[in-house]
Design a protein around this ligand. Structure first.
Ligand code: C2E
Ligand code: MG
Ligand code: MG
Length: 515
């Protein structure tokens, strides 16, 4: 039996008791008057007793009734609140996922519907670097903007994190125009902190009767495609678009299997002294020897490894393998044979609390000196907040060097160098492409040369090593030398190669030095 039923019964018993007292009072009054006569002493006593009892009982009823009304109102309000909380997002006040699904289900029963998935680009970066309070402010401001842009054309909801969705059930609404309005609102400075973020959107429309999960999945797929195109994009779903979640899950499972089976190998691309044409170091690059598909390049699987978290064990493998291999080369060719050996490290690895310990263990187990290890990081990986910053400083204290990879392609390369203990910058290939052209005929080519020049000057001033990446011909090497670069990497100098080939190069160098 439920508490509600007990309460209900008790209330009725009390009401019954109240009524009995009043009734009893009235009966006593009448009985006393009839038996003793109203003017006799016993009659007066009965009346004197019965009247206040009846009055008190009546008063009690009036007060009880009032209290009941108050409780009832409070209960209704609590129920309304509960209903609201169950259907609305507590931070932004927008509809939540449950309400959104509810409305979408109803809309699809009645006719066609469109779902727009909206995701704030760089929200994680804001949250990580500026803190959760500012992140929350940003979400609230974005939600207000969305709600305003959507107006009466649909329902705006927050599905979680920085993921928003809009349901448009009215076929008369021009969704292209709606997306334009959303973009205009979200691209402006948001919240009191006037943050500049962009949003990506994916859009899908389905006819009546479509299961709502299908429509939501299609919109999600379109959103993923929009993000792939770069920030601040929107894409309408088209049949045949890849299903990233499914593809990720499948490739993720294969990746895990591949890791267990030992299908990953590390190749090494030499870093070359441009003046003496000597190998002075190596960059470690991972390759997947897939049993059915052959060798797969990192561009194809690293993003999936990052999204599924498998980059952590994969990166650990590359790190340990690189240290082991470098220590073996040092043992074979002497301590001066190599000055740098390093793997690429992704943002996800830097967020792993065990990363510093992994590096320490890899060095200890292999016997490779920490000063030889160079971790290549991209700007976006480094930009992510205080914990990463602590990790980087700890590595720096251990004597491990940090290289900023793809330098010049990010938005804040220069300012980053003040906060980040880098020892090496790697000029991105895009600034090397076309650098050999004598008379750059386009403003872009001139700008590339200007960046290459600025980077080497800045590296000189800050006492950093600069490495030019992606050198594909001698003219480029020549031009970079003239600009002041003394270290380079690229297919013209040496391609990524298996460890045995590096050993052959080192052996040849030793023979030349000895001669
Ligand atoms: P990255 O770190 O900038 O590595 C340089 C990439 O440029 C390598 O591609 C290399 O093969 C290629 N390259 C070098 N010289 C030339 C050249 O002259 N011309 C051209 N066209 N390309 C050149 P790869 O090995 O396919 O790696 C691509 C990216 O994947 C790397 O860029 C790196 O960001 C990432 N990556 C590779 N291995 C790992 C790894 O073990 N862990 C992580 N997190 N990322 C990795
Ligand atoms: Mg690299
Ligand atoms: Mg690079």
């Amino acid at each position: 039996m439920t508490c509600g039923m007990i309460d209900h019964r008790r209330r009725w018993l009390l009401v019954l008791l109240d009524r009995l007292i009043v009734f009893g009072g009235c009966v006593t009054l009448l009985w006393g008057a009839a038996v003793f006569g109203p003017m006799t002493w016993p009659g007066r006593v009965v009346v004197l007793l019965a009247v206040p009892v009846t009055l008190l009982a009546s008063l009690r009823q009036v007060l009880g009734h009032r209290e009941n009304q108050r409780l009832l109102r409070a209960q209704r309000e609590a129920q309304r609140r509960l209903g609201y909380d169950a259907t609305h997002d507590s931070l932004t006040g927008l509809a939540n996922r449950a309400l959104f699904r509810d409305r979408l289900g109803a809309a699809l029963e009645a006719g066609p519907a469109t779902v727009v998935m909206v995701d704030l680009d760089d929200f994680t970066a804001v949250n990580d670097s500026l803190g959760h309070t500012i992140g929350d402010d940003l979400l609230v401001a974005a939600a207000e903007g969305l709600d305003e842009a959507v107006g009466g054309d649909g329902l705006a909801a927050r599905l979680g994190g920085d993921e928003f969705a809009i349901l448009v059930a009215d076929p008369a609404v021009d969704t292209d125009e709606l997306i334009g309005r959303i973009g205009a609102v979200l691209d402006g400075p948001l919240s009191e902190h006037r943050l500049l973020v962009h949003a990506s959107a994916g859009l899908a429309t389905a006819p009546a009767g479509t299961p709502l999960d299908h429509l939501m999945r299609d919109a999600d797929t379109a959103l993923f495609a929009a993000k792939q195109r770069g920030k601040d994009n929107w894409v309408r779903f088209a049949p045949g678009m890849e299903r990233p979640a499914v593809a990720d899950a499948q490739l993720g499972a294969e990746l895990r299997g591949g890791l267990e089976a030992g299908d990953f190998r590390v190749v090494y691309q030499p870093l070359v002294d441009l003046h003496h044409n000597r190998v002075i170091g190596v960059e470690a690059l991972v390759r997947w020897h897939h049993p059915a598909r052959g060798v797969i390049a990192p561009a194809e699987f690293i993003p999936v490894a990052e999204r599924t978290g498998l980059i952590v064990p994969l990166g650990r493998f590359v790190l340990r393998e690189t240290c082991r291999q470098a220590a073996a080369w040092l043992a074979e060719f002497g301590p001066g044979a190599l000055r740098k050996a390093g793997p690429n490290v992704s943002a996800r690895q830097l967020h792993d609390p065990d990363f510093v310990d992994d590096v320490r263990a890899a060095l200890a187990d292999s016997g490779m000196p920490g000063s030889l290890l160079v971790l290549e990081l991209t700007e976006s990986a480094v930009l992510r907040g205080q914990q990463v910053s602590r990790t980087l400083h700890e590595l720096h204290k251990m004597g491990v060097r940090l290289a900023l990879d793809d330098f010049g392609t990010g938005e804040s390369s220069l300012s980053l160098l003040r906060a980040f203990p880098a020892s090496i910058v790697k000029l991105d290939k895009s600034f090397v492409d076309g650098i050999e052209l004598d008379d750059p005929d386009t403003p872009e080519a001139a700008a590339r040369q200007a960046v290459a020049r600025a980077v080497i000057q800045m590296a000189g001033a800050l006492e950093l090593d600069a490495v030019a990446e992606g050198i594909e011909n001698e003219e480029q090497a020549e031009r970079l030398r003239a600009l002041g670069y003394s270290l380079g990497q690229g297919f013209h100098l040496a391609r990524p190669m298996p460890a045995e080939e590096v050993a052959r190069l080192l052996a040849a160098q030793r023979a030349v030095s000895a001669a």
